[in-house]
Design a protein around this ligand. Structure first.
Ligand code: ARG
Length: 563
């Protein structure tokens, strides 16, 4: 049932004809507090046509509006305030949630439409950074959100598995490494060689020439170079996989940069045909000065290709393969210029679908206000972060619920969930500081708080035993329940908004509100009291747990039954 439409219908009947239904729909507001009703209509724009002061207009109109559908309709200054019929509203919403269950909020707009999502995309032979974690969890959540609208997400891990850095790594490994050392602790040791390479190359620039030569060998198909590279890659992927498993994130494709090696010639040819390539000091570039941008570097002097060359090939490949409606890239905001250039070059090549490429930037994670950099070796290791979060979660569970069964599994769900939730609750463009104690708290705006609320709802339902909700009257009329019921009704809009803004924080903020309002309700009412309202109250609790779990699932956070 569309309650807003009820308000629109009531207004259409009493407003002058020149105000269209569409205008009315746009003008309707949701008051901040319930004492001003559930919907409000401002009458200011009528002043001209009706030659009256807005508050007079509001007063007149209230007398004319049919009130049968509402609890009441009143005027406050220039506004007309509509109070919904709580009984009907509650009955309607709870029935809808309980019949649709996990399909509540689903829509069909994306049917048959592919949406590739470039996400995670860490660099081989380096630790996965907090930035890659952000890309992973934001991308994963967006995939789940758009899937609810029946889009077909295609999750692509565009691994950084090609480029001059592998030349550096080979040089470093050959000078300072050994097979045993690498096998023992692959990523840390490879990182060690890489960091040392950068340090020593400051004094010995010839190392850089050597590294370039090794990368060139890779591009030319040299066996020794490629064997080392694929060994590094295999070891790195194994370590990344442990993190993906903990996060419960799966990919449809692990097509990294190297996948496009045989697809770049075609790109370079097209650039040439269209007269876009220019030579500049031996390198091949696309000039972008008309956009006030530095040129897009397509090939270096030695013929080596670059990051953007591979992204051009990848973009085209995705269009050819998936015929996407949108192609998403979840990548840190420091790469904004890269994606601006990518789209411009594709457009210049004559690919109008470049407009369907959506760059989804996100802000940095800092610790103690400091930015983290791999080159200098001061990264936080993601696995350690997750371990620490799980330890903290375990401590709190021991205190709160020492008898809990499968404590370790719950602690894993709570600790990892806390990190993921924290990452998603802020607008993705915002940078934020990472403080573990904050993240894993059971109170406040955290993942564990939402998980705890859901566990509380489930425990009430366990106490109540089996209930048949298939009854006509599920009206909860307690004043304290009203906000919760309205939030439940809002869920489909929340999913919609999160999808259209590619913004998981819309869901995270919503679920925090729902948890908070439910806890307030719980504190103020005797849910399990044996009276005639019991069934409806349990239906409310059940609906809340369904929507809490669905929201957490959309964020990629687990919902333990007990904690
Ligand atoms: N590997 C890159 C990095 O860590 C991110 C790749 C993003 N995706 C892309 N298609 N460029 O910075």
């Amino acid at each position: 049932m569309d309650f807003k439409q009820q308000v629109v219908d009531a207004l259409v009947k009493v407003l002058p004809e020149e105000i269209t239904e569409e205008q009315i729909t746009k003008l309707i507001e949701k008051p901040k507090t319930s004492d001003l009703g559930d919907y409000a209509f401002p009458t200011f724009i009528l002043a001209k046509t009706m030659h009256k002061a807005p508050n007079m207009i509001a007063e007149d109109l209230v007398g004319k509006i049919e009130t049968a559908d509402f609890e009441k309709v009143v005027n406050t200054g220039a506004y007309i305030n509509f109070f919904l019929d709580k009984k009907e509203f509650s009955n309607n919403v709870l029935h809808e949630v309980l019949t649709k269950k996990n399909e509540y909020g689903n829509a069909d707009e994306g049917k048959g439409r592919n949406v590739p999502i470039d996400m995670s995309s860490p660099n081989i032979a380096k630790p996965m950074s907090m930035g890659h974690l952000r890309s992973t969890v934001i991308g994963n959540s967006i995939a789940k959100i758009i899937k609810k609208l029946n889009y077909q997400p295609v999750k692509i891990n565009h691994l950084g598995d090609w480029g001059t850095q592998f030349g550096k790594l080979i040089v470093g490994y050959k000078m300072w490494g050994s097979e045993e050392e690498v096998e023992a602790d692959p990523i840390n040791n490879l990182l060690k060689y890489y960091v040392r390479f950068h340090k020593e190359a400051e004094e010995k620039p010839e190392l850089d020439d050597e590294a370039r030569a090794w990368f060139k060998k890779m591009e030319d198909g040299d066996k020794e170079a490629l064997d080392l590279w694929s060994w590094f890659k295999e070891l790195s992927l194994k370590e990344f996989q442990t993190i993906y498993d903990r996060l419960d994130v799966q990919f449809d494709h692990f097509t990294g940069e190297s996948f496009y090696n045989d697809k770049m010639d075609a790109i370079v040819d097209t650039l040439e045909e269209k007269g876009l390539l220019k030579e500049s000091r031996g390198a091949e570039i696309v000039d972008l000065s008309e956009y006030d941008l530095s040129p897009a570097l397509i090939k270096k002097t030695d013929g080596a290709t670059l990051y953007i060359t591979r992204d051009l090939a990848a973009a085209k490949y995705r269009k050819d393969t998936f015929d996407f409606v949108k192609s998403l890239y979840v990548v840190g905001s420091e790469q904004a210029e890269h994606f601006t250039k990518l789209k411009i070059v594709l457009k210049k090549m004559g690919y109008d679908w470049a407009d369907d490429i959506v760059y989804i930037p996100f802000g940095l994670i800092t610790t103690g206000g400091k930015k983290l950099s791999t080159r200098k070796g001061n990264v936080i290791l993601l696995d350690n972060v997750l371990n620490d979060a799980v330890d903290l979660a375990k401590k709190q569970i021991e205190e709160k619920n020492p008898d809990l069964k499968n404590k370790d599994a719950v602690a894993e769900a709570v600790g990892v969930g806390a990190v993921v939730f924290h990452d998603l609750k802020n607008d993705r463009r915002d940078s934020f500081d990472f403080n573990l104690e904050e993240v894993v708290r059971f109170e406040g705006e955290t993942g564990p708080y939402v998980q705890y609320t859901n566990a509380r709802a489930l425990s009430i339902l366990r106490k109540a035993g089996a209930v048949d909700y298939n009854v006509d009257d599920l009206a909860v009329t307690d004043e304290e329940a009203w906000d919760t019921i309205k939030l439940l009704q809002d869920f489909p809009n929340v999913v919609d908004r999160a999808a259209s803004e590619y913004e998981p924080s819309v869901v995270a903020k919503y679920v925090l509100k729902l948890a908070k309002s439910f806890n307030q309700y719980y504190a103020h009412s005797k849910i399990l009291a044996e009276d005639e309202g019991l069934k409806a109250r349990l239906a409310l609790v059940k609906s809340v747990s369904i929507v809490l779990q669905m929201s957490l699932a959309l964020l990629g956070v687990k919902a333990p039954e007990e904690m």
